[in-house]
Design a binder for this molecule. Structure first.
Ligand code: GLU
Length: 327
């Protein structure tokens, strides 16, 4: 911009023309990027907001302006990235795998997205069932015949619930009511006694589950058994998981379940420099990042760059990790 200013001055342009020219140049250099998240009371929303906060702090150096709107969740984000509607997004490890490999055509009608790129993994997400205490639900099997929020289409949580149901041979008609509420709506529905239980694959502690366990008496229900063991043994993107006792009111003991990892993804459509700057903003300020949500507190750089990632790393991320000597 400086050299352009000098050249124009030599040509004797008016100050107004110069300023207009400079403004147009500045605008052209600004780059707007979006991160797809999830519901506003989930953890994905905080992941996206936190990454953008760190990126936007460095805006004067790289001219990248980042926004992280609320979305339907993992599957919606992966489809939006494939369509070029979002540059980046947060997604469960199981749905990242299926999006890249084309192994879930009902969720990804356009088939395998070979342009999908992993950037890093984030927090663990246990498959979490919360039931009203007065519902008497004590195990996952007890959900049969009850009013259950299976989650909104587009969320990864809903997709993983469908996988578990299929493994058990259940269908939606096995519930008295199968609600499709968005994650931000489900705690109020539970405590208003419109539903008996919610099923949500989410990091802990999460705003949604806090709300569901403080606004009314409710408990976290274990999800175990041979079908769950088989899911974990047969698929690298699932692992055994625990909701640590005392995280929420009403559940003092550890609760066993299984889970996935939250991951941060993009695509080859996003240029190397942009993703490099985004990754740099996070890892150059990693202690600050980890303080932005308690679910981030135990994150470790060395795990984040390899665990739960099934798509290849984005070249911009790889460039930063190599620079740091991490690979
Ligand atoms: N794992 C959830 C999903 O993909 C979102 C969890 C969150 O919002 O933190 O639908």
């Amino acid at each position: 911009m400086k050299s352009k200013f000098l050249k124009s001055a030599v040509l004797g342009l008016s100050t107004a023309a110069l300023l207009a020219g400079a403004a147009a140049t500045a605008q052209a250099e600004q780059k707007f990027v979006t991160i797809g998240t999830g519901g506003q009371t989930g953890v994905y929303y905080v992941v996206g907001q936190s990454i953008c906060k760190l990126v936007n702090r460095g805006q004067k150096d790289h001219e990248i302006k980042c926004t992280a709107p609320s979305t339907g969740g993992s599957v919606a984000n992966l489809n939006a990235i494939a369509n070029g509607e979002q540059d980046m997004g947060v997604a469960q490890s199981d749905w990242q795998y299926h999006a890249y490999n084309g192994t879930a055509p009902d969720k990804f009608p356009n088939g395998a997205n070979k342009e999908l790129r992993a950037v890093f993994s984030v927090h663990p997400e246990p498959f979490t069932v919360v039931a009203r205490k007065d519902s008497g639900i004590k195990t996952f099997a007890d959900l049969k015949g009850k009013r259950v929020n299976v989650g909104n289409p587009g969320s990864g949580a809903r997709g993983t619930m469908e996988v578990v149901m299929e493994k058990l041979g259940w269908s939606m008609s096995d519930f008295k009511l199968a609600a499709e509420l968005k994650s931000a709506e489900q705690a109020a529905a539970l405590c208003d006694n419109k539903i008996d239980a919610i099923v949500f694959t989410v990091g802990h502690p999460s705003g949604t589950i806090k709300e569901a366990t403080t606004s009314c008496e409710s408990v976290i229900v274990p999800v175990t058994g041979p079908e769950i063991d088989a899911l974990v043994n047969d698929n690298a993107y699932y692992a055994k998981a625990t909701v640590v006792g005392g995280t929420y009111d009403g559940t003092a003991e550890d609760v066993e379940t299984f889970g996935v990892g939250a991951t941060f993804v993009s695509s080859t459509k996003a240029d190397e420099e942009t993703i490099y700057q985004v990754v740099k903003a996070v890892f150059d300020n990693f202690d600050r990042f980890k303080r932005l949500h308690p679910a981030f507190a135990n994150l470790k750089e060395e795990n984040m760059i390899k665990n739960n990632l099934s798509a290849p790393l984005h070249p911009g991320a790889e460039r930063y990790y190599k620079e740091r000597g991490w690979m």
